[in-house]
Design a protein around this ligand. Structure first.
Ligand code: XUL
Ligand code: CO
Length: 437
């Protein structure tokens, strides 16, 4: 008997349905704005939170006790990895989402050497390839977990020990190879411990140079193997490191530019990470879009009171609507997707909690997306922007951008310029948004 055996594949039943395990708003085949909803939203399930995480917190151990977990499962590490894999694909069949994502450490047990870990990894990748062959499911991205094992405690590419840099390079190479083989559409690097705890023991300039060199090797390797997916860096300001080098979208762009990688690498933005950095999610999306590095999203929120990266499933339609509004303005999710890098609360023990969490999140995203699309089609916000900046349409204003301070000074002194403050109309615009959500 499988973990999800009593749960049937989810169907779209419409907004009136009271079935807890059905979609009310997400209808994958519904065509909106010329595209199937599934192809707009490009949902992905994250293997780690749903299958690898055991429900522990800093004060207590595992609560979930799944049949594939170490303390509760049967057989060898590899036996349990296979049971976990079967459960994961059973859940993908129930949800019917088009993508999933993994870290190497989520899918394979750690061996007692690099070669042994690699053997485990290759075996599981073979099994994943078989399972993917008989289904309509793609890999949104693969990534390497270079933050959990104690070898990474002082960083991966930014570790003071060159042996750890080497181990990291070999690890990312194997994860890129597997992502390429499974036709992954992106490869992600989240710098879990690429940062520091104290400057007393940290040579920051050297560490940044090493990180820049490492990312250049990633890009070189991508081209060498002919991987056509997008390389994505995922910003986060802290947790686990006190200070992380990829603080937010703007910091990442500055880093990419310094190392000449801004044309090669884009960003995977996460709602909870934006909040940790003191930003809104749409701020991060708009920043990345303005700088030409918007890639993909992790759509999981933080608790606004706790101040931690709580990785909860999205449930706030107005927030999600503004997220997709800015994504649509940036051209939509192209090779990116909507990944639920989200975990259950540790009291949510049941298989149906996991299904309901994803179903609800997909519905919230569908509602937010439809609201965003309606705002784009109505054009109210665009019209308000055009009106607010209309002064810049004049030939004088455009000429000023090509002139210099002396020319501008003469024009101001002559009395030709007379600034008149105008309302920013924020409340009216907020009311406008509320008509759609
Ligand atoms: C951690 C986080 C990661 C990345 C992938 O906060 O978001 O799960 O998405 O390593
Ligand atoms: Co993430």
């Amino acid at each position: 008997m499988g973990f999800f055996d009593d749960i049937a594949p989810l169907r779209y039943e419409g907004p009136e349905s009271d079935n807890a395990l059905a979609f009310r708003h997400y209808n994958p085949d519904e065509v909106i704005a010329g595209k199937r909803m599934e192809d707009h939203l490009r949902f992905a399930v994250a293997y780690w939170h749903s299958f690898a995480w055991e429900g522990g917190d800093p004060f207590g151990g595992p609560t979930f006790q799944r049949p594939w977990h170490l303390q509760t499962g049967m057989g060898s590490d590899m036996d349990r990895a296979r049971v976990k894999l079967d459960a994961a694909f059973d859940m993908f069949d129930i949800l019917g989402q088009p993508y999933f994502c993994w870290h190497d450490a989520d899918i394979r047990p750690e061996g007692d050497s690099f070669a042994a870990s690699l053997r485990n990894f290759q075996t599981i990748i073979d099994l994943i390839e078989d399972k993917m062959a008989s289904r309509r499911i793609g890999l949104l991205w693969g990534t390497a977990n270079m933050f959990s094992h104690r070898r990474w405690m002082s960083g991966a590419a930014t570790n003071p020990d060159p042996d750890v840099f080497a181990y990291a390079a070999a690890t990312v190479k194997t994860c890129m190879d597997a992502t390429h083989r499974l036709r992954g559409e992106n490869y992600v690097l989240w710098g879990g411990r690429e940062g520091y705890e104290t400057l007393l023991n940290t040579d920051m300039a050297r560490e940044l140079d090493h990180l820049g060199r490492f990312l250049t090797m990633v890009v070189d390797y991508k081209h060498k193997i002919g991987f056509t997916g997008t390389i994505l860096v995922e910003p986060k300001p802290q947790e686990p490191s006190k200070h992380q080098y990829d603080f937010d979208a703007a910091t990442c762009f500055g880093f990419l530019q310094k190392y000449g990688l801004e044309g090669e690498v884009k960003l995977n933005l996460e709602q909870g990470h934006a909040i940790l950095a003191g930003h809104s999610f749409e701020h991060e999306i708009a920043t990345a879009a303005a700088l030409g590095v918007f890639g993909s999203i992790d759509m999981n929120r933080n608790d606004y009171q706790s101040g931690w990266d709580t990785d909860q499933f999205p449930n706030n339609v107005p927030e999600v609507a503004l997220t997709y509004y800015h994504i649509l303005r940036a051209g939509g999710l192209t090779s990116g997707g909507t990944n639920f890098d989200a975990k259950l609360r540790r009291q949510s023990l049941d298989a149906r909690d996991l299904i309901a969490a994803h179903a609800g999140a997909m519905d919230v995203c569908a509602r937010g997306f439809k609201a965003a699309l309606a705002m784009i089609e109505d054009g109210g916000l665009e019209a308000a922007l055009a009106d607010r900046y209309a002064g810049w349409d004049s030939p004088e204003a455009q000429a000023m951008l090509q002139s210099d301070f002396d020319t501008i000074f003469d024009r101001v002194l002559s009395g030709a310029v007379d600034p008149q403050p105008r309302s920013g109309a924020q409340e009216r615009l907020e009311n406008y948004v509320n008509r759609f959500v």
